[in-house]
Design a protein around this ligand. Structure first.
Ligand code: GRF
Length: 213
């Protein structure tokens, strides 16, 4: 069973989809801890409801980013975390944490990377006028949304979409592909060559071909 930590700052709907997929038996994993920087995060309620340990780590309690990250690193180590799942975590993960968990920190981004990295990806897509957008699960490296891509899903973008309507359509796909990416990892089906993520049996169960569940 894969031991996960989820880091989230907001409502935590991706966190919820991970919980649901564990509870349904789709994912052979356990969330050992939710870590948040936001005492008001909706994700905390979800953790409580499902008896998942949570901790609030506020950046303002630390003198700088390295000491903040090193505190998180200690919390992860203490719990034997095998995979770190960023799910709407609004803080930059620094090299200390990345070096402790090389290619073991995943993130989900609400755009088809490398288009529209950074904040407000859905708004960037609407403003640009693209006709297809989507979401990307990737490993974290030291850039902003630049790490090796694990899974992507596409959605249509329409001329009358706004950030919210497009965001909702994308979020539905996020809830499909994040559990799928974690499952691939837990089944040992992922290896990395340069920035190419190699997935065993990718053609057979790609979420682009078959909804995974
Ligand atoms: C998602 O759109 C995710 O792609 C982005 O932050 C948002 C988090 O949403 N990184 P939620 O808190 O999981 O509902």
């Amino acid at each position: 069973m894969l031991i996960l930590a989820v880091l989230a700052s907001g409502s935590g709907s991706n966190f919820q989809s991970i919980i649901d997929n564990i509870e349904s038996g789709y994912l052979d994993a356990r969330v050992a801890v939710l870590i948040t920087d936001n005492p008001g995060a909706g994700a905390i309620k979800r953790a409580k409801k499902h008896n998942i340990d949570h901790i609030v780590v506020k950046p303002k309690d630390f003198k700088d980013r390295p000491s903040y990250n090193s505190h998180i690193a200690k919390e992860l180590k203490k719990r034997g975390i095998e995979l770190v799942v960023l799910a709407g975590f609004m803080r930059i993960v620094d090299k200390l944490l990345i070096n402790q968990y090389p290619n073991r920190i995943m993130n989900i981004h609400p755009a088809l990377l490398p288009s529209f990295p950074g904040a407000h990806a859905q708004k960037q897509a609407v403003d640009y006028g693209v006709k297809i957008s989507g979401c990307t699960v990737h490993f974290i490296d030291q850039g902003i949304d630049t790490g090796p891509i694990i899974v992507q899903a596409a959605v249509p973008a329409y001329h009358d979409d706004d950030e919210e309507s497009l965001g909702k359509r994308i979020l539905k796909q996020e809830h499909r592909i994040y559990p799928y990416a974690i499952k691939l990892y837990s089944e040992g089906r992922i290896s990395i060559e340069g920035r190419n993520v190699i997935i065993t049996g990718e053609r057979e169960d790609s979420p682009l071909q078959n909804p995974p569940h």
